[in-house]
Write a protein that binds this ligand. Structure first.
Ligand code: SF4
Length: 228
């Protein structure tokens, strides 16, 4: 049986894997990287979220942005950074190191715009669920998961109460698959039906090889025989 402690997984990379396993492999196993307009836009939005300007507190809550999280239980072995965590004062809540009261913990993940056909993307929900596992581990709480869409300025509460088991199962399966590729140092093949529009890794994904040329081959042989 494999040792699950061999590799901690960054929560951010789980979404890369769900979007396209091959892209994830190029990034995380091959360490290739390419930016395009979509990537830059997403990065700029996250820079704004993580610049500290979202930190504040009032009589009801303490809000912190860019909160580092982890859960090193062998079943998960995860770490990452949550966009924002709200510690809402609550007599039935938990103690949080460095803060004076008891709190209910809310994880708020920022996304640009909601999907058209449903309330949230499952890939986003999995990401927040992984953050929840870390928050619950650190503070001994039952953290709420929320996605905030900047385009509509609306919050969507994720159904972790009713669907905890399903999300945990899905996440564990993903982690297991990712670790198998990492252990084998293998880049996943392109998935059938994979949408590649807007992917910044196309150049690295579809290698362009020069077409075979008889003429070039003959000239190369003549050149080598002449001692070139
Ligand atoms: S070009 Fe397509 S298959 Fe290749 S990494 Fe990008 S999304 Fe994945």
């Amino acid at each position: 049986m494999r040792d699950e402690n061999t590799k901690m997984i960054n929560i951010r990379t789980i979404q890369h894997y769900m979007y396209c396993p091959r892209r994830w492999g190029l990034l995380e196993i091959n360490h290739d990287w390419a930016e395009n307009a979509f990537v830059v836009k997403a990065n700029l939005m996250h820079e704004r979220v993580h610049d500290g300007s979202h930190n504040f507190s009032d009589h009801k809550k303490v809000v912190r942005s860019s909160v580092t999280l982890y859960n090193d239980l062998p079943a998960y072995n995860l770490y990452g950074v949550a966009d924002c965590i709200e510690f809402v004062k609550n007599q039935k809540g938990v103690k949080v190191q460095g803060l004076p009261d008891l709190y209910h913990v809310k994880i708020v993940e920022y996304k640009p715009k909601p999907p058209k056909e449903c309330a949230y993307h499952e890939t986003d929900a999995i990401q927040v669920f992984a953050q929840k596992l870390c928050a619950d581990f650190i503070w001994g709480c039952d953290a709420e998961g929320i996605i905030y869409y900047s385009e509509t300025k609306k919050r969507v509460r994720l159904p972790f109460d009713s669907m905890y088991v399903q999300y945990e199962k899905a996440l564990k399966e993903l982690l297991c698959e990712m670790r198998q590729f990492i252990d084998k140092h293998e880049i996943p093949l392109r998935r059938k039906g994979q949408k590649c529009t807007g992917c910044s890794m196309k150049e690295m994904c579809f290698y362009k090889t020069a077409a075979y040329s008889v003429k070039k081959e003959i000239f190369q042989n003549v050149y080598e025989e002449a001692g070139g």
